[in-house]
Design a protein around this ligand. Sequence first.
Ligand code: GRF
Length: 201
Amino acid sequence: MLKIAVFVSGGGTNLQSLIDATQAGSINGEIVLVVSNRKKAYGLKRAEAAGIKAECIKDDQLLIQRLKEEGVELIVLAGYLAIISDELLQLYHNKIINIHPSLIPSFCGPGFYGLHVHEHAFQRGVKVSGATVHFVSEVVDGGPIILQQAIDVSSASSPEEMQQMVLNQVEHRILPEAVRLFCDGKLVVENERVKILWEEH
Ligand code: GRF
């Protein structure tokens, strides 16, 4: 079982989808640590409720130390709003996964996080949106794309409604799926592109 750390800053519904998938046995991995940069992040409570170590860590060296102590092999950013240091990026090259609530390269990059993404998309009047799971590189939202899924958001009457549609219909499905593929060794990065070794049927 691969040892996973999940980083959160907010409500942690994506974390919950990972907790549920690991508990159901559909991921060949175990969440050994949940980290937040915000003490009040509800995601920490979700981790505690599931019996997972939950810690508020702001110092980068301490963060790296804790990851090493726990033997973490994969980091998942699930709504984590802090910068990942160069040192951590190098230590976990192509081993940090992020979920972004748009179809990259639309509505991404510096300043595009959380509800802001959907405010821009709603304002632009997009009819189709979705989410992207990607590896984290030094370029914001610029790392190799793992999975994407689009949905029709034309019925959304506000950015908040669009956010809920993308969260519930896409994010909670493709994030556990990407983590499952990683844990099964099915993701290969070649020339900055991810090749998925899909199961043979
Ligand atoms: C999600 O929309 C995620 O894509 C973005 O932040 C939000 C976090 O939601 N990066 P939650 O904390 O997982 O509920």
